[in-house]
Design a protein around this ligand. Structure first.
Ligand SMILES: Cc1cc2nc3c(=O)[nH]c(=O)nc-3n(C[C@H](O)[C@H](O)[C@H](O)COP(=O)(O)OP(=O)(O)OC[C@H]3O[C@@H](n4cnc5c(N)ncnc54)[C@H](O)[C@@H]3O)c2cc1C
Length: 392
């Protein structure tokens, strides 16, 4: 019997974590990526302990330490005058897995370097999944792209990790489209600040909010402003006009305005929501944004993709060992069953945060009183189910 081999569509955070999770279990993977170059500017990510533990188990602790900053907690302020609403201190030195803050591109590079170092991972860039066929023993994928026209590759299964606009999701018959939320995210990098301990800061305003945190070893600050808009644009990002943003933040506190004006290279993402997909169909599974995109109001989209990868790789390895290749559909079905409720809960918790963050007068007064009453311990307890997650 030939060595087990899987196909993964998409070399994003989810797809690369999937390839690494399989490779560490002795299973080979080919990752098909439609882009030829990587690298986004101005986009930061928070990687909370639930997904950070998965990355640690893939031996990425050291490379991640070099590029990330460990958070010392969360600070929530009012948009208009900077009044402090809640402070939740954290002591990273006491946590086995820190709450990491880093540039998305730095995380991607760590994953890409690790994947390139594994002999049982093959990366095919500049090719997109075009057609899929599955039978009782394998999946065939027809590729398009630079040199991929007409090329067909085969594996024991296909994992669609190709993001919000997933072609794999479409090809498995789920054509429910992403729905524009009426919001867009502006992201940029500002110079780092030595004035305070690195932590996540949140500024809540009516119909808008801002998040900022240290990245790149503290040399830079990732700044994200969420604002309502009528116009949606597909795709990953586009350049933002600083004049439009300056007008949007004009009613914000002085510190908020100063931070926004010190940030450079604004990129804008339209925010889309999408119903969760069926996460497995025969020998095809979906993970990450392809399966259940998460709005950024809980900072969990990449984390959920990383968790998905850990669970799916474990279940595939277990079934392959017990039953060989015929066990793949059952492993994928078990994965869907294991992940569906958590993914839906995270999606809903994020939507709910968005609604709460953006409350206008007078409801925001009730929210602010509620936040003060909740306090640091209340907030920690509220999210225990999220950050304490571990794979079986
Ligand atoms: C403003 C904002 C802030 C965020 N902050 C956080 C945060 O703090 N923490 C967090 O965990 N998440 C955060 N997220 C969410 C996070 O960025 C995404 O959830 C995450 O990148 C999803 O990873 P993925 O691998 O599923 O998809 P993607 O990262 O989208 O990767 C998909 C890959 O598939 C490729 N591809 C697409 N189509 C094809 C095809 N047909 N064939 C082959 N390849 C294809 C794409 O080129 C891409 O490389 C944020 C998102 C936004 C917009």
């Amino acid at each position: 019997m030939s060595a087990p081999h899987f196909l993964i569509a998409g070399a994003g955070i989810g797809g690369l974590t999937m390839a690494l999770s399989l490779a560490h279990r002795g299973i080979s993977a080919t990752v098909i990526e439609k882009r030829t170059g990587f690298g986004e500017l101005g986009a930061g990510l928070q990687i909370s302990p639930n997904s950070g533990r998965v990355l640690d188990e893939l031996d990425l602790t050291l490379p991640l330490k070099r590029v990330s900053v460990s958070s010392h907690g969360l600070l929530i302020r009012r948009w208009s005058d900077g009044t402090q609403l809640l402070e939740m201190p954290q002591h990273p030195e006491r946590l086995p897995t820190p709450f990491r803050m880093l540039k998305r591109n730095d995380l991607h590079t760590v994953l890409l370097d690790a994947a390139r170092a594994m002999p049982n991972i093959r990366l095919m860039v500049g090719r997109a999944v075009h057609e899929i066929a599955q039978d009782e023993t394998s999946v065939s994928v027809a590729l398009t792209g630079q040199s991929g026209n007409g090329e067909t590759i085969q594996g024991l299964g296909l994992i669609g990790a190709d993001g919000l606009w997933s072609q794999v999701r479409d090809l498995t018959g789920d054509t429910s489209p992403p729905v524009f939320t009426g919001y867009e995210a502006w992201r940029a990098l500002a110079p780092g600040s030595k004035a305070e301990k690195p932590r996540v800061s949140l500024h809540l305003g009516s119909g808008r909010h801002m998040v900022h945190y240290a990245v790149a070893g503290g040399r830079e600050t990732n700044v994200v402003v969420i604002r309502p808009t009528k116009q949606a644009r597909e795709g990953w990002s586009r350049d933002g006009d600083t004049q439009v943003l300056a007008e949007h933040v004009a009613g914000g506190s002085q510190a908020l305005r100063e931070l926004v004006s010190s940030a450079k290279g604004w990129q804008v993402w339209s925010l889309f929501d999408r119903k969760p997909a069926a996460m497995a169909k025969g020998r095809i599974a979906l993970l990450g944004d392809a399966a259940h995109p998460v709005l950024p109001f809980l900072a969990q989209g990449a984390s959920l993709a990383i968790e998905d990868a850990a669970v799916l790789a474990r279940l595939l390895a277990e079934r392959l060992q017990a039953e060989g290749a015929p066990g793949v559909p059952a492993a994928m079905a078990a994965y869907a069953a294991a992940r569906a409720a958590r993914a839906a809960r995270v999606q809903e918790a994020s939507r709910s945060n968005g609604r709460t963050y953006h409350l206008g007068w007078p409801w925001n007064i009730g929210r602010d009183i509620g936040l003060r009453r909740l306090g640091a311990e209340g907030l920690r307890k509220r999210y225990g189910w999220l950050y304490d997650w571990r794979d079986a």
